[in-house]
Design a protein around this ligand. Structure first.
Ligand code: NAD
Length: 369
């Protein structure tokens, strides 16, 4: 390699950083666990770095892209979601950015499934009972009961990579599945899942015949026992189907009072003030959240209200936080490995230097005809 590339990483991504150093790259890693100030990112970009490794905590907008116009060659994000990166600004400055789709799909889907189970079967409340030495007896229904997941109906909102992966897991639990996605419908997949369900029933694995189908949002919300959200955060003006506050007073009221909501997508997809009200006033049975309108969750969030504690599970944006998924240096297994490979593809001109052919680049349209 003739040129020595300079890279700034806004966080440590483990052993994958060394892969870059072994290739002769000069890599500076922001040493603290929290996000660096935006001013530092801009300062680094202005110092003419070639590559910037970012997380979803870093606002990568016009200011950053302008600072790197003509010098910054790639932004490599360690996440599949990229709502912190302004795509229009990236395109205007002709700077490609990459993400880590696919490698976190199964980890995120299984976490959503586990959240659903932990919430409905009251595992957190039940463990507290044991730990606080308040478990005084075995009784048929006291002090509380949970709800089964097996055989229930789930609405999967957004049938992209993670939504479809969740559907596979729900099929193993004989759930009926309502799918909603206004922009992408995978009817082949749904047909294959139905075939699998029919085989499970024919062989006696599932007692009842179960089904899967695409339906409108209102029907999905009104019929489901569980609603799991797997959409990107898209604001007004970015798409014809925005997801910002997709869950609001109206949509939450459409859900059954016995239904549970699970959100592992992005916080602003749910209006938290409306959600807290929905829990306080029992419009829905409970919620499990991994993501929030503001992260970390503020100390004064209404979601911390002790009155709704037993029906509100709060996780720290943790759905992809599994060892191999986060840190494997293999680009086909780990987010870190895929981040680094995306960066290398652009800087070293893989795929004949054709950005539109690079698998991890998101904003290929800026190089299209
Ligand atoms: P994807 O792009 O494969 O799927 C998203 C789907 O949402 C697409 O099929 C799209 O058509 C659909 N969609 C868009 N607008 C919609 C709307 N208004 N209503 C319903 N569906 C709509 O993305 P993915 O890989 O499945 O990831 C989904 C999101 O999950 C990411 O964008 C990210 O924000 C989030 N995520 C969170 C974590 C976590 O740690 N909590 C981990 C991974 C991904």
């Amino acid at each position: 390699m003739s040129k020595k590339f300079r890279v700034f990483a806004t966080c440590d991504i483990g052993e994958s950083i060394n892969l870059l150093r072994q290739r002769g790259y000069e890599v500076e890693v922001y040493p603290k666990p929290e996000a660096p100030p935006k001013s530092l990112i801009i300062e680094k970009v202005k110092s003419r770095i070639d590559g910037l490794i970012t997380t979803l905590r870093d606002p990568i907008d016009a200011e950053v892209f302008e600072a790197g116009k003509g010098t910054l060659k790639v932004v490599a994000q360690i996440a599949v979601g990229f709502d912190n990166i302004n795509r229009a600004d990236a395109n205007r400055c002709k700077i490609p950015f990459t993400h880590t789709a696919d490698v976190l799909t199964e980890a995120t889907a299984e976490f959503a499934f586990f959240m659903m189970g932990a919430l409905a079967r009251k595992m957190w409340t039940a463990e507290h009972l044991t730990r606080e030495n308040k478990w005084g007896y075995w009784h048929p229904y006291l002090p509380f009961l949970g709800d089964e997941v097996t055989g229930k109906t789930i609405a999967v909102i957004g049938t992209g990579r993670i939504g479809l992966a969740l559907i596979k897991k729900c099929t193993g639990f004989d759930m009926n599945i309502l799918c909603y996605d206004p922009a992408y419908q995978n009817h082949e997949y749904v047909k294959a899942v139905q075939e699998m369900k029919d085989i499970r029933h024919a062989h006696g694995f599932s007692r009842d015949k179960t089904w899967i189908k695409y339906v409108p949002l209102e029907e999905a919300l009104a019929e489901a026992d569980f609603v799991s959200v797997h959409v990107p955060l898209l604001r007004e003006g970015e798409t014809t189907t925005p997801t910002y506050h997709l869950f609001n007073e109206k949509t939450l009221r459409t859900m059954k009072p016995t239904a549970y909501l699970v959100n592992t997508s992005r916080g602003p997809v749910v209006d938290e003030a409306a959600l807290a009200k929905a829990l306080r006033e029992n419009w829905i049975a409970g919620v499990a959240l991994d993501v929030y309108e503001k992260e970390p969750l503020p100390g004064d969030s209404p979601l911390r209200d002790p009155a709704i504690e037993d029906r509100c599970r709060l996780l720290p944006h943790f759905a992809s936080a599994a060892r191999i998924t986060r840190l494997s240096t293999d680009p086909n297994r780990g987010m870190a490995g895929r981040t680094v490979q995306g960066l290398i593809d652009v800087l070293e001109g893989n795929y004949g230097g054709d950005i539109t052919k690079m698998p991890y680049v998101v904003n290929k349209e800026a190089w299209g005809k």
